[in-house]
Write a protein that binds this ligand. Structure first.
Ligand SMILES: Nc1ncnc2c1ncn2[C@@H]1O[C@H](COP(=O)(O)OP(=O)(O)OP(=O)(O)O)[C@@H](O)[C@H]1O
Ligand SMILES: O=C(O)c1ccc[n+]([C@@H]2O[C@H](COP(=O)([O-])O)[C@@H](O)[C@H]2O)c1
Length: 201
């Protein structure tokens, strides 16, 4: 008899900084899809965000590690920050497949905004062979056709998660303006941002 295959969720993001919207989405998908683990993968160089300043991969990796440390099913991967050049999800998924072996099913978790753009990603047709894609709700973004109707229906699932109107952009802006980000991000992230002086200007 064949054993049950390991189910690995993959939550890719710039995470500048990681916030409770990311963590709630990952936790909900983990429960609903009976995943064994969700690995958070901070991007190396997010090519679609080149018009803005992005904190170092190391800072974003450390923040992801701090934010996920209390959950035994959450882990963080360095595959994207250690790969040179622009970050493409097709490479992320290939690297994780190689690292974790063939007995693992991959579930890429992404917000509705990102899912709607997926056909602009590099190697879009290959992506759906590598992983199942789970698009989660995000306040202000409609999660339905037509934005996803061109995607392969058997490889994409849309999921309503408790919607948190939090974005990294808003967190950075609040820090810059001296407004609190307590409770939008885990406490350790507030402390890390202060300690490193991130987002001050
Ligand atoms: N509040 C949220 N609820 C659900 N998904 C989210 C939320 N915020 C971000 N995501 C998703 O998490 C992934 C990583 O997001 P990212 O790190 O770009 O955060 P962000 O808040 O969108 O950042 P920024 O405001 O800097 O663009 C993306 O797939 C994004 O759609
Ligand atoms: O592969 C691509 O071409 C591609 C283009 C844009 C975004 N992504 C991935 O989508 C995830 C969320 O990206 P972002 O920029 O919204 O944080 C992250 O894992 C990115 O690497 C991937």
């Amino acid at each position: 008899m064949q054993g049950r295959r390991y189910r690995l969720g993959v939550m890719g993001g710039t995470f500048d900084p990681i916030h409770h919207g990311h963590l709630v989405a990952a936790s909900e998908v983990l429960a609903r899809f009976s995943l064994d683990e969700v690995v958070f993968v901070p991007t190396g160089t997010p090519w679609q965000k080149k018009d803005r300043r992005v904190s170092s991969g190391e800072d974003r990796y450390i923040m992801a590690a701090i934010a996920t440390s209390s959950n035994p099913r959450f882990t963080v991967s360095r595959v994207d920050i250690e790969r040179a050049g622009d970050t493409y999800t097709v490479d992320t998924l290939k690297d994780l497949r190689e690292e974790r072996g063939d007995d693992v099913d991959l579930f890429f978790i992404t917000g509705a905004d990102a899912l709607g753009q997926i056909l602009t990603w590099r190697g879009a047709e290959r992506l759906f062979q590598l992983a199942h894609f789970i698009g989660v709700t995000r306040p202000g973004v409609r999660l339905e056709a037509p934005s996803v109707e061109h995607l392969p229906a058997d490889r994409v699932t849309l999921l309503d998660v408790p919607a948190l109107a939090i974005s990294s952009t808003d967190c950075r802006k609040r820090v810059r303006e001296g407004l609190p980000i307590w409770y939008l991000v885990p406490d350790g992230i507030v402390n890390y941002i202060n300690k490193r002086g991130l987002y001050q200007e």
